[in-house]
Design a protein around this ligand. Sequence first.
Ligand SMILES: C[S@@+](CC[C@H](N)C(=O)[O-])C[C@H]1O[C@@H](n2cnc3c(N)ncnc32)[C@H](O)[C@@H]1O
Length: 401
Amino acid sequence: MPTRSHVHEEIFPVSPAELFSILLTPSAIRSWWSASRAIVVPERGGIWAATWGDSENDPDYATAATIRELDPPRRVVLADYRYRAKGGPLPFRADFVTEFLVSEHPEGAALRVTQDGFPAASIADEFYAGCERGWRDTFAGIRRHLEGRGAPWAPEPTPLLYGELAAWWPLVSPPEEYAEEAERFRRALVEACSAPPRTLLELGSGGGHTASHLKQWFEMTLVDIAPAMLAVSRELNFDCEHQQGDMRTLRLGRTFDAVLVHDAINHMRSAAELAQVIGTAYRHLAPGGAALFAPDHTRESFEPGVDHGGCDRDGRSLRFFEWTWDPDPADTEVRAEMVYLFREGTGEVRCRHDTHRYGLFARGEWLKLLREAGFEASAIAGESGETGESAPLIFLGRREL
Ligand SMILES: C[S@@+](CC[C@H](N)C(=O)[O-])C[C@H]1O[C@@H](n2cnc3c(N)ncnc32)[C@H](O)[C@@H]1O
């Protein structure tokens, strides 16, 4: 059967040995490949396996390959792949072979990945294109992982609320509560765009509650990193396109009239991460378009405090308590400790604790990063609502025509 291959090469500012080691270290593989678990038996004939998804016993996707060649610190070849995906098997037979080749480079080390064995037939076109995108994201993951080296590697835990407890999201923050904010965003975007916007990309769209109020006005594409949140959103917004992706590195290869990043932007904890998301928004905007970012707080508006909420819905009940605090006012990170009490039907009340880590940036820092990305930047102050509390600042970036 005729086959085709895919080759991707990039340079990294580390030694070849360091680059090679992350290809065989399970904790590193989890980090750069966003896998949930990885197992490596690092020897010729050994195993190289990983799974994705929140459930250990029922992963969304699992792959295992045999290490066919191992020549440290230069070359590793994986073959005899076995896949298992919840979405079903591939629509074609394929014998993939992946070669990782590390070589010295004046700026550090080069990594060249060659994946061979894609059927040349058109039935494999979509999968081939997906793998091309996947390798770009994987290399971005490797770069991020290497930039974070030095600190002991620790997996970034997904908040329970976006994984195992995602189905409770509509009881934590019901869609109805988003109507007023969504209308504020709609008006600001329409005003900021040079022509009436038709297409809208939302990054970090979560359970799609904001989107549920905007989709009547725009053709929406919803992107979130958490599969469980996308599943919640698909139920509510079955009429919108959904994509899984990391808003820091997402590259859809097309542009939109407007981009929205609502409260998901709170999850960017360093200026570098915030700049990455602003860059993603810029790249996905057509000239004349506008991007809107709506953090819960800026450094100026943040105050530690407590909140509570929750509701009953469809035979389930949830109440939460939230304690927001700032462990180190000198950095750009604050925390929200959440406690959820929840109960299904007449069942027992269960309780879970969850920690959300949020970024916090001054107004001036926001505007600087927007300008550096190429945007014409502004901040809009919110009007006071019925409670007398003023709405948080929103940041707008206009991309020139
Ligand atoms: C508070 S929820 C968003 C809720 C949303 N406004 C709604 O209407 O349901 C924050 C979301 O940000 C997502 N998120 C966090 N980091 C992300 C990233 N790097 N890329 C994409 N989504 C991300 C989380 O998975 C989560 O679904």
